[in-house]
Design a binder for this molecule. Sequence first.
Ligand code: PMP
Ligand code: GLN
Length: 382
Amino acid sequence: MQVQTRLPQVGTTIFSVMSALAVQHRALNLGQGFPDFDPPAELIEAMAQAARDGKNQYAPMPGILPLRQAIAEKVQREYGATVDPDTDITVMAGASQAIFNTVLGLVHPGDEVIVLDPCYDCYDPAITLAGARAVHVPLDPQTFAVDWDRVRAAVTPKTRMLFVNSPHNPTGALFDERDMEELTRTVHQTGIIVLSDEVYEHIVFDGRQHLSVLRYPELAARSVVISSFGKTYHCTGWKIGYAVAPKVLSVEVQKVHQYNSFCTFAPAQHGLALMLRDHPEHHQGLGAFYQAKRDRFAQMLQQTRLGVLPVLGGYFQLVDYSAVSDLDDLAFARWLTIEHGVTTIPLSPFYAEPPKGQRLARLCFAKSDATQIGAVERLSRL
Ligand code: PMP
Ligand code: GLN
């Protein structure tokens, strides 16, 4: 049978490819971004208790009310944003589904959507499936800062949406006040909707603040802000995330969500609602928790010939391997897994057009000390 693909550019995601290679070669997997430690015990217990208590049938379409209320309280406390839990919050199957439902609900065929490269790999396919065109604007290849003049130059009458992501995967870059001013200027008096991917919102280092779009009323009025409990509570496999957006935007996201699954895993929603209510210290301490891991890992990496790039947020360390190898990044990642037993993620799959000669690999430092030590031991033999 001849099938006409809707996604001609898409193969198997780099995360699946590298994780499978890691298993095949028994490598330490610092590629795909997931912690190798457990979620908080009280969260697991609350989720299990909810299942034992019979919370096993469909949740309401936008998510259970106590969880939406807890999210509304959190964004009020952290970002000074007043959002209505009845209309402005939708709980979905991870940030991934939130991104897809947002794009499918709000982007029309023939539209243009601006993404900033390198960017998370599900953005482009979501845009393509909506019948729109992704317009890729590169970040600065050295600092990964946004060139806002270039973003504005990419805006046309067809631009429906602009994706931003801070803290940034894969580079660890972070928006500052100037970025927020430039973002505001870029979308001011346009019809552009901002999709702000803030899944690493609580993982910010060195006393810096996460500048959520929700802190800025003019931006919040035209934005869908997406987060993921997977990152905040070390439970990436639970696939629970959410979108916060004004009612006019949330209605369109929910029109898709109500058919694309309707609701997500109810026991975890109950567990997370309790966790947010009873343990705000968990997300408030997450920056310090991961900063210690970042620092330990970066310090140990000094024993290797890998160059360590600055990380301001998120849980990925970029390393420059040009002193070690001249292979391109895909070949280097394969070689490192097969020959040295450490799995990384190459950066080129995050670009429409990777910068020529870039020799960077992404390592996830959301790992136990033992995993970090084991990986650095192997990397120091390079
Ligand atoms: N956006 C970014 C920037 C991510 O890094 C990830 C996952 N690592 C996602 C979205 C998807 O999150 P989830 O696993 O909750 O679907
Ligand atoms: N978001 C994770 C990362 O960047 C991967 C998620 C996935 O495997 N799709 O590593």
